[in-house]
Each structure stands twice: as C-alpha cells, then as structure tokens.
Design a protein around this ligand. Structure first.
Ligand SMILES: Nc1ncnc2c1ncn2[C@@H]1O[C@H](COP(=O)(O)OP(=O)(O)OP(=O)(O)O)[C@@H](O)[C@H]1O
Ligand SMILES: [Mg+2]
Length: 642
C-alpha cells in the first residue's frame, strides 16, 4: 500500500472477513492478481510528500489578495479575459446586422432577398459562436476558481494546524467552519462567475454606448439623458436596500446555525432536562427572524425588477416619438431606429445584472478580507527561526520561576519552581481549578509561560522545534479524543510505523483485551464521532494504549484513570508500572490511589506549589496532603502501598 502505516486497506478487508463470521486469512490466491491490479490503480496517496512547516514559507506568508491568487494562474487568466472580450463583442453584432438587412435588403429601392438571407445566416453563425465562446469561458473560469479554492482550502487548513491552543479557545468552532465553507465558497463564486460577468456586463455597456453614438449622435444623446439618470437613481436605491437586507440575513442565518449546532451538540443535556419545547420556541424565533430578513430582500427585488422594466418601456416610448420623427424627416434610417430599439433593450440587462451582482462582489471581497485576517494571525506559541532539533532526552523536566495566566490579568500560576528527575514520577494533586492541568500544559508548549522558563534536559523548550519536543513528551489529556475510524487507526495515531504486534501488546498491557474481544470487528471496529459509542472508561484505556504505543520519554497523564472502575484501575496500576518504566512522568490525579504510587507528590493550590515530598513524607507532615489522605482513608480508600 502506497501510504504505509495507514489504516484504509487492512480495516476494509478485515471488516469484510469477520462480517461473514470468519477471521480474515489473507487474500485468496485466485483473487491475488485482481487485488494487486486494484491496488496499482489506486491513486497514490503519500502523506510523506506533504511538507508541514511550523513557520510558514515565504509564499505562504504573503498576505492574501485576489490579484495574488489570480497571478498564480496567468495562462487561465489571460485565456479567460480574451474569451470575455471576444464574446461581449460578438454578442453585440446582432442589431447591427439587423440594421444592415433593413436598410440594404428590405426598404423600397433596396429589395434583396440574398442580402437578407446572408444577414440572417451570419446572425445565426455569430450567435452560435458567441454561445460557444461563453461555454468555453465558463469552463475556463470554473477551472480557475476550482484550482484557486483547492489551494486556498489547503492553505487555510495548514494554517489551522499551525495556530496555538489559545486561538481555538477564543474562536468559536462554528465561525472557523464558516471560514472554510461560506467564505471560501463566496470567493469561488466571485472568481467563477462574479468577475467575468462583471467584466462582460461592463464591456457590453461600453460597446453598446459606443455603437449608439456611432449610429446617431443626437438620438444617442437623447437616450442617454432620459434613461440613464432614472436608472442610476433606482440602482443606487436598490444597491443600498439590498445590501442592508443581505447583511441582515447573513447575521440571522448565523444565529440559526449557532442555535442549531448548540442544540445538536447538547442533545443529551437537552433531552435530560426536558428542554425540547423551549428549544423549539427558541429556534422558531431565530428562524422567524431569518424569514423576515428574506421577506425584506424579496420586497426590494420585487420593486427593482419591475421598476427597471418600466424605465425601459418609457425609454422605448420616447425613442419611438423622437426617433420616429427623425425617420419621417429623413434624419435617421429605419434600420438605425430598429437597431436603437434592440440596443436599448440590451442596455438594461447588464445594468440589472451589475447591480444584482454587486452584492455578491461585496460578499466575495469581505470574504477575502476575513480569510486574509485569518491567515495573518500568528501562533502565540511559535518556533524561532533558528529552532534546533531536540536530541533524544533523558527526561529531566524543570520549571524555573514559572508564572502563567490564560488571561494576563488573571494569573493561574505564580513563580512555580519544580524539578523532575529523569525516570521520576511525580503526582500533581490539589483542588479543582488549582492549575494542575495548566502546569502540565506548559511542559509540551501548549502554552508559553508569561514569566520564567520551562527546561527539558536543561534546554529551554522555546529554543527547540515543536515537533522534536512534542514527539518526546506524551500527553494523555483529561478528555481523551477518538477520531472517526477503526480502533486500530486510533491507536496508531501517536507514532509512524507502529506494527500490529505492538498494538496487540499495548492492548494486553492496558487490559483492553476483553473490550476488543467483545466488539464485533475487534480492533477494526469503527468508532464514530469522538468515540461516543464507547464508555468514558473505555476511551481512557484507549488513550493510555495510544500513549504506550507512542513511547515518549516523558509522560503526562491528566486524570487518565478517573473514569475507571476498581477492577480496571487495578489492571491499570500494573499497566502504569510498565508504562512508566524508565520514563519521567507527571500524573495528575484526584484519586490518591494513583498519587500514592508516585515517587513524589506535589500539592498545587492557590496558583503555586504548597507541598512537595514523597508520599510517606507528606503523610507524616500533617499538612494539606495529610488531611486529604486521612479523609480518603476514612471514606474507605485503600492504600495499596501500605
Ligand atoms: N483555556 C482556558 N482559558 C481560560 N482559563 C482557563 C482555561 N483553562 C483553564 N482555565 C482556568 O485556569 C484555572 C486552572 O485550570 P486547570 O485546568 O489547570 O485546573 P485543574 O487544577 O486541572 O483542575 P481540575 O482538577 O478540575 O482538572 C481554572 O480557574 C480555569 O478556570
Ligand atoms: Mg485538570
């Protein structure tokens, strides 16, 4: 398989095999040739060819503009522009041919069937040509738009991978999703249809005006004077009103989406608290507001469309009066008058389209601005240009005068000093919200301290590459996350090149064997959305197995065993012994069973370290930990170390 270490192929075949009640015994020999052919025809998917740099390359760092995006594809842009100009010229030949046919083929003294026929044929040919031109032009701009969007999507996604955790807690996920969906789609619309049709309509108007004046200056002047001011006034009104309507409906659809996503994510809480009726009422409000905004836009359109038609008819009436009079006085040919009529109709179309498309142009522009801002945000935890690769570490972890607060005004940790020796396991205990998880998060640079330094083997973590640091510091977070895919895929997550034998070992060590045996497809059972189909204890066991497989030098377990029953906990205790062998570790634990097994215990409270010592020392000292310990014993806690 081209993407070694992936999970696609194995899971797929194995899933089918066990579906029929038989274990998967390899591809039968008579099918091997076919299978090989099938695999050879698979598109090569090679993650190894993808480069990710924490620091953006020069081309990625440039700010996003429409011009820059278009400049990447010069051939398509030139080709598309030529097609736009060509078709807009072709489109306007019809009325001129009509004029020629009337003046030189139909009027008294000029009867000529062949001229009329020739004009009609040419009319047809040019119409077909321009239709073909428009088709090719649409293909070209479509290709251009898809390429630009493809690159942009990858660029934005890559940027998301770079940004730090604080960015994702400040920005709502829904808003970030809308950058990837509606904003990028607006832009696609703009490039695909917006720019070209804007150019096409604009050019058409210029061509028509020029032709009108070349046909007859007096009549052209009359037409422009009578029609254009009215049209401009109406168009400005429409533009303002529709923009207001558009803003209104954009806000309101955002509310609808926000309400929807909250109700869906919180469906368990909603059901438990019988909030369905109130939720429906609430949703009815936001949906109703959105409907009102749409009514408004509808009304604006309903006024503008007929109004421009009215102006057009008015123009025609005036043209009939003034132009007819000129024809009678022999100041204008009949053919020219007919051509004027035809052009006047065509003059209105582009204006209507231009005004209507103006809002999509605005929409596309504001999307560019928002995407540009997004791409310009720099990660707060960043690599320096001369960051070094951290060599294989022994596992000494040092916090030196470390202070930190998520909000600089509200410090969570103040002047923390702690040294963890290679191979030592240290338990963090303390009340809820004391800052235990926070201190651990500073070690692998989820965040950077506001003051002080964090050192790994004596090296400031800010001077090394994030990749080399994080590959050696394994974290099992407080809420383990499982990805959609098989359990095997989820376990392989931590490191490239994990073998099936290693997975089987990890499963045994953390005591997952029973669960795996119970699942219909064993390790290849697919877990859905964040592992909602598993219990939280099972998720924790999987997260532990994942950490075991990643083989980091330093392990940080944040409440990694809090959801386990007593029996699983006993299994885990043994697993932990294996897992921690020779590794330094931070164990964050409310359960003192875990804390008691650590080499040292650190009590964190009130933004700092209150007590440090071996479990025996702290129990003897009759401080905060001793109080916790005795309370725990009194409530039936079982101290296995005694
Ligand atoms: N992403 C965040 N943004 C802002 N404040 C945060 C964030 N995460 C945690 N905090 C705050 O920082 C403080 C310390 O949180 P932390 O998660 O470190 O506590 P903890 O000791 O791990 O608690 P627990 O035992 O409940 O896990 C808390 O007051 C919390 O409200
Ligand atoms: Mg915590």
């Amino acid at each position: 398989m081209a993407w070694g270490g992936g999970w696609g192929g194995g899971a797929m075949f194995a899933g089918r095999g066990s579906g029929s009640g038989l274990p998967f015994g390899g591809i039968p020999s008579e099918l091997a040739d076919e299978a090989a052919k099938l695999l050879a025809s698979e598109p090569a998917r090679e993650p190894s060819s993808i480069r990710f740099h924490q620091r953006p390359r020069e081309s990625e760092a440039q700010s996003l503009t429409l011009v820059r995006m278009l400049r990447e594809h010069p051939r398509l842009v030139v080709y598309g522009s030529l097609l736009v100009i060509g078709t807009s010229l072709l489109l306007q030949t019809g009325p001129l041919l009509t004029e020629y046919a009337i003046n030189n083929g139909m009027l008294a003294g000029h009867h000529s069937v062949s001229v009329v026929m020739a004009c009609a044929t040419l009319y047809l040919v040019l119409a077909v040509l321009s239709a073909y031109g428009q088709r090719v032009q649409a293909t070209v701009t479509g290709t251009l738009a898809s390429r630009i969007m493809h690159d942009l999507r990858i660029r934005v996604f890559t940027h998301f991978q770079r940004l730090s955790l604080d960015f994702f807690s400040d920005e709502k996920a829904g808003v970030l999703m809308s950058r990837m969906t509606s904003d990028i789609e607006n832009l696609q619309q703009l490039i695909q249809d917006g720019i070209s049709s804007f150019a096409l309509q604009g050019l058409t108007m210029i061509v028509i005006t020029a032709v009108l004046f070349s046909l007859d200056v007096t009549l052209a002047t009359w037409t422009v004077l009578l029609v254009v001011p009215l049209l401009v006034i109406f168009s400005i009104w429409f533009h303002r009103a529709s923009e207001a309507g558009y803003l209104l409906s954009r806000d309101r659809i955002a509310n609808v989406l926000a309400d929807l996503s909250e109700s869906l994510y919180g469906i368990r809480v909603v059901t438990a608290h019988n909030r369905q009726r109130r939720n429906i009422t609430n949703h009815r409000h936001v949906v109703g507001a959105y409907r009102d905004a749409n009514f408004f836009t509808g009304r604006v359109n309903a006024v503008y469309g007929p109004a421009t038609i009215m102006i057009g008819v008015l123009g025609q009436a005036l043209l009939l009066g003034i132009g007819g009079d000129m024809v009678v006085r022999h100041q204008l040919s009949l053919g020219a008058l007919v051509a004027f009529f035809l052009y006047l109709n065509r003059f209105f179309q582009p204006i209507q389209l231009l005004v209507q498309q103006y809002s999509s142009l605005q929409q596309g522009r504001s999307s560019v601005i928002r995407l540009r801002e997004l791409l310009a945000t720099t990660p707060s935890v960043d690599e320096s240009d001369d960051a070094l690769e951290l060599a294989t570490i022994e596992g000494r972890l040092t916090f030196e005068h470390v202070s930190f607060g998520y909000d600089p005004q509200r410090p969570v940790l103040e002047d923390v000093n702690l040294e963890i020796a290679p191979g030592e396991s240290v338990a963090f205990v303390g009340p809820t919200g004391a800052g235990k998880s926070t201190l651990a998060k500073l070690a692998n640079r989820f965040y950077d301290p506001t003051a002080g330094r964090v050192l790994v083997d004596g090296v400031d973590v800010r001077t090394v590459t994030l990749r080399s640091l994080r590959s050696q510091l394994g974290v099992v977070p407080q809420e383990p996350f499982l990805f959609a895919g098989s359990i095997r895929h989820n376990l392989r997550f931590g490191r490239a090149g994990i073998t099936d034998a290693e997975i089987d070992e990890a499963v045994e060590v953390v005591g997952l064997g029973e669960l795996i045996a119970r699942l219909p497809d064993g390790l290849d059972t697919v877990v859905h959305e964040r592992g909602q189909t598993l219990s939280s204890g099972e998720r924790q066991l999987l997260a532990l197995a994942r950490a075991f497989l990643a083989r980091p030098r330093v392990l940080i377990l944040d409440e990694a065993t809090s959801s386990l029953d007593l029996r699983s906990e006993t299994i885990i205790e043994h697993a932990l012994d294996r897992l921690l062998e020779g590794r330094s570790a931070i164990l964050i634990a409310h359960r003192l069973t875990t804390a008691q097994r650590a080499d040292r215990i650190v009590v964190i409270d009130d933004g700092g370290i209150r007590e440090v010592g071996t479990p025996a020392e702290l129990v003897a000292r009759s401080g905060a930990y001793a109080a916790m310990y005795h309370a725990w014993l009194a409530s039936g806690g079982r101290d296995a170390t005694r």
